[in-house]
Design a protein around this ligand. Structure first.
Ligand SMILES: C[S@@+](CC[C@H](N)C(=O)[O-])C[C@H]1O[C@@H](n2cnc3c(N)ncnc32)[C@H](O)[C@@H]1O
Ligand code: SF4
Ligand code: SF4
Length: 355
């Protein structure tokens, strides 16, 4: 099977310290442009279609627009998820280069969002929405749903996403390395009911997997290695997935050959079969796993949500912008703290850490 997706970690550095994530704790370089160029050529040969430039916080990479341009030139679909801290300053450089842009949101209440992210960033998130809309972009709001914030769904939808006709992605919390956690049954029911509304997206197979107890190493659903190429900021292949990270193999300009090596074949044979894979529900790998498992219930459960997402994203939103032009954001009036002016990533490192 040819991999479809590359999770390209441009750095593990982050300007936030979210409670359900530990990536920000890892010391890390920034990926090198020449390495990325070489790897993108190899990823194309491998059949990859989507490059997710991720992190850490991908907007901390000063050359992110160049990386995206390289990917676009090679015909990849590009995706970036950001906490929004740097987006207002970098938006013009990024405009037109990100096919699927996501802004992370954890609450409609500024203090709650800031507490979850560990930094005061809610007002930057709102500014990011304003800026993106003014530039004709259609960012999705990626709401990581937990037992503690699920009750904020209606407010986020009614006050932030729907008035701006932005897609609200319901991203169920997953557990790894003693972080994150599981969702209560009634929380999943709430999500499922909510996702019938227009301009929302939830892959119901994520919830079915949770109800089934997650991945079973004896009969794995996970196809992390078959479907996803994970590249670290150190220019290594990470196997079998970022979160388990059992082995890292230096790429050294030879990604194509490395992908066809015995070491990768071993990890492919073992994907989802490790003891630590029991109960796994890490969305990043199950989304492509479901999509490439035709004939399974997870595939059929995923399909309608994918079609609905594609319809809204690539037809409805684009047509609206074509007909009406860029939108002016409609956002609630929050009294957030004022932020200092400036234009570099470095100032963000000094943001007050709340925990
Ligand atoms: C790892 S972050 C990287 C991009 C960027 N730093 C951000 O937060 O938007 C990508 C997305 O994963 C989400 N995420 C992180 N840890 C998670 C977890 N344990 N369960 C579910 N989603 C998680 C984040 O909220 C974010 O929306
Ligand atoms: S902003 Fe993203 S990478 Fe940074 S700590 Fe939060 S979830 Fe992790
Ligand atoms: S089941 Fe989870 S931990 Fe195991 S390889 Fe797949 S994504 Fe990684």
């Amino acid at each position: 099977m040819r991999p479809v997706l590359c999770n390209y970690y441009v750095t593990y550095r982050c300007n936030a310290t979210c409670s359900f994530c530990d990536i920000w704790e890892r010391p890390s370089p920034l990926v090198d442009l020449a390495d990325v160029t070489q790897n993108l050529d190899d990823l194309r040969r491998l059949g990859v279609r989507v490059i997710d430039f991720t992190g850490g916080e991908p907007l901390l990479h000063p050359q992110l627009p160049d990386l995206l341009a390289l990917a676009k030139e090679r015909g990849f679909l590009t995706t970036v998820t950001t906490n929004g801290l740097l987006y207002p300053k970098r938006a013009k450089q990024l405009a037109g280069l990100v096919d699927l842009l996501h802004f992370s949101i954890d609450s409609s209440v500024p203090e709650e969002h800031n507490a979850s992210r560990g930094v005061r960033c809610f007002d930057k998130l709102m500014a990011s929405i304003e800026t993106a809309l003014a530039l004709g972009e259609h960012p999705d709001l990626l709401f990581t749903v937990t037992n503690d914030n699920v009750h904020r769904l209606p407010e986020i939808y009614e006050h932030i996403s729907y008035p701006n006709r932005l897609l609200l992605i319901l991203n169920p919390l997953f557990a790894y390395n003693d972080l994150g956690g599981t969702l209560r049954a009634e929380v999943m029911q709430t999500m499922q009911a909510f996702a019938r509304k227009p301009y929302t997206y939830l892959n119901p197979a994520f919830l079915s997997l949770r109800q089934a107890g997650g991945n079973d190493p004896a009969a794995p659903v996970c196809k992390a290695v078959s479907t996803s190429v994970v590249i670290s900021p150190f220019n290594e292949l990470v196997l079998p997935c970022y979160h388990l990270g059992l082995e890292t193999l230096p790429i050294n300009g030879g990604l194509y050959d490395l992908w066809h090596s015995d070491a990768v074949a071993h990890h492919r044979a073992m994907e989802g079969r490790h003891a630590a894979c029991a109960g796994c529900t890490i969305n990043c790998y199950f989304e492509p796993s479901f999509a490439t498992s035709p004939g399974t219930p997870y595939f059929w459960q995923s399909l309608p949500s994918k079609v609905r997402y594609g319809w809204t994203k690539f037809l409805v939103q684009r047509l609206r912008t074509k007909v009406r032009g860029p939108r002016t954001a409609q956002l609630p009036d929050f009294d957030g703290p004022a932020f200092p002016a400036g234009d570099g990533a470095s100032e963000m490192i000094d943001l007050p850490v709340l925990r």
